[in-house]
Design a protein around this ligand. Sequence first.
Ligand code: ZN
Length: 294
Amino acid sequence: MYYVDPHIHMVARITDDYVRMARAGCVAVSEPAFWAGFDRGSVEGFIDYFRHLTEIEPARAAEFGIHHMCWLCINAKEAENVSLSREVIAAIPEFLDRPGVLGIGEIGLNKNTPNETTVFQEQVDLAMKTDELLLIHTPHLADKYKGTRMILDVLGSDPRVRPDRVLIDHVEEHTIEHALDAGFWVGMTLYPLTKCTPERAVDMVERYGTERILVNSAGDWGPSNPMNTPDFIRTLRKRGRSEEFIRSVVYDNPLRFFSQAKGFNFNPPVSVRGSRAGGLDLVPDDTAVVRQAR
Ligand SMILES: [Zn+2]
């Protein structure tokens, strides 16, 4: 089955990951801007990173038949430096009209501090002024419940925010309902150690259905695995779920959410097009073309 990984940091992954993903049926990815593993020293570091996300990585992905889209922002960890954050926020608009830019993300909270909240609000404001989608990172482990509530409060208090244009990511059993009930899209992250296992994610779609739910590997430079999305597909098949049910979560939903973005530019190749449902091209079989890398 063809699938989309709607949250993966390919700048941190090796070429073999692109090959494995393409062989497993991945046809498109979206890469949110995030922390590089260290705090960058100046706004120039972010400008180079935005060039990497909008120029270099799409070309690299295309070598393997994978369409690459991205999100731009300053992440919650580096948002602790408010003055640098404001320089980065001022630099973002010139990149927003580039092809494949889906919106502002992944913004949100990390340790739920006042500085993080300030920068989060300023980036929500930027997204509203520029009519961009939002992709929201919710904090890890112990900080997740409180941070998610704080994020939902900020979004709920801004009347310009339309929940159907916002994805709340890294939801777990104790936060998914709050986000879905408020009308947001949600992302479940399949991580080997923290966040969700494929089995826990399957339990959640069985409980809440497929509407407005995405799954992603959030693969980055830490313990993570791009093959977790195909594992999720296999786990759903083992539980007897229909191909249509599975495809709605791993293919239709991410494209439906992304297609609201001004910069959405994924046009499935002819080999991927099959029957049509919900206005989206659906996939007919399990053949993925892996082009030879240079
Ligand atoms: Zn991420």
